[in-house]
Ligand binder design. Sequence first.
Ligand code: ADP
Ligand code: MG
Length: 455
Amino acid sequence: MEETKTIESVWDYVLHDLQNHLGESAFKVWFSHFRPISFENFNLKIEVSSKFVKNWLEQKYLHLIQRVVKIHIPNVREVVLVVSKSPIDSLKQKSTTRKIKIFNYSSKISIFEVNPQTNLNPRYRFDNFVVGSSNELAFAAAQAVVNKPGLIHNPLFIYGPVGVGKTHLLQAIGNEIIKDRNNLRVRYTNTEQFTNELINSLKNKSIDEFKHKFREVDILILDDVHFLSGKAKAQEELFHTFNFLYDLGKQIVFSSDRPPALIPDIEERLRSRFEGGLVVDIQPPDFETRIAILKLKSQEKKVELDQWIYELIAEKIQKNIRELEGALNLLIFKMNYLEKLTRESVLKIVKEFNYEFYKRVTPKKIIQVVTEHFGLKEGDVLKRLRKREYVETRNIIIYFLREICQYSYSRIGEMLRKDHTTVLHSYEKVVEKMKDNPDFNQDLEIIRSKILENA
Ligand code: ADP
Ligand code: MG
């Protein structure tokens, strides 16, 4: 059967796949201006933002790009990257040049979209949540909330470390409720979003709208409340929102990376609200649960792997289900298109997703890679000379010592013979510069890859 589509209409699938294989941050850095501009003689020209990006993509990802493009646009023979003249121009051209017919297109991938009313992502459901001993209590509590919102566990407070399924479970509660009871209004938000919206509404004098938004609901789901630590204004607002909803018998669900008693800098009255219903934890999954999760996720992708592969991944990645999933996705991709899987190649892939792997990076390696990247000598950089390029290089070293080695400011200070406030400022300078400087971001991303290479 032949189906006709335009390249424009499948491009999102290409991007989606690339993002899936590369992870969000690498994707953002390298593929921000990645657009098809012409298709002639089976050659697809794709525009990228700079010469620098073009070189990098050609070196590292051309093979991947070609594979992904050919999956979605089978009649492409060659992929050519070209540097865009200006991002503005390419935006203008967008809709005229991209209407190119392609054939034999089929894709089973569905892209989930966040529901604008509830802010819920439909991919998080009960039926794709694997239950094991590490999360069965939280799961049962979540079900009780769905069956009788506001009546049994109110609030429900779920805590656990990163990547164990808190967000999944919270959103599943919301999705299950709206599935067959569309008279109930659900709102999901994470605490960072809540705080930012509050700040904006104070700035724009639209606080009434803000209050309205979070009080006009039957179920309020607030993810990651540990983020409230030290944020007095947001705590106060949440306290009042909570009381308002609670008094009306509305259901509230919270998550956090630790139990209420251990969240620092938080008002007592709010802490006692958090503790006033049911507090349950989710632990990292045990081996059997990890295997079951891997099997479910590969089933969703219509792939079946040998048992030894599931076992190997589950053995190496123990704490974080997001990493488990990431490793599996990359593996499935490589299996389909790149190479035969051996124990060695599986291990290599797993390593990229394993936090343990970060731990193997030494400060020495960071210093060496960063100084080399800027063509400087280690000795000069560490001598604390005040020349601008040395200062900047040192700042970047500090940034990576924090990000990758997770050292404290004072520990970095001791290493580089600086006091810890100077180190803190250096770190913040880098973070600040990243905010509005894509070239700088790209540079950092390259350095990061170099640091992680052969670790
Ligand atoms: P947290 O919010 O605790 O950091 P998430 O809910 O974001 O973790 O989970 C990370 C990833 O792992 C998500 O893609 C989620 O769908 C998946 N996941 C977590 N727990 C399970 C589970 N029990 N069954 C299936 N998938 C899970
Ligand atoms: Mg989460």
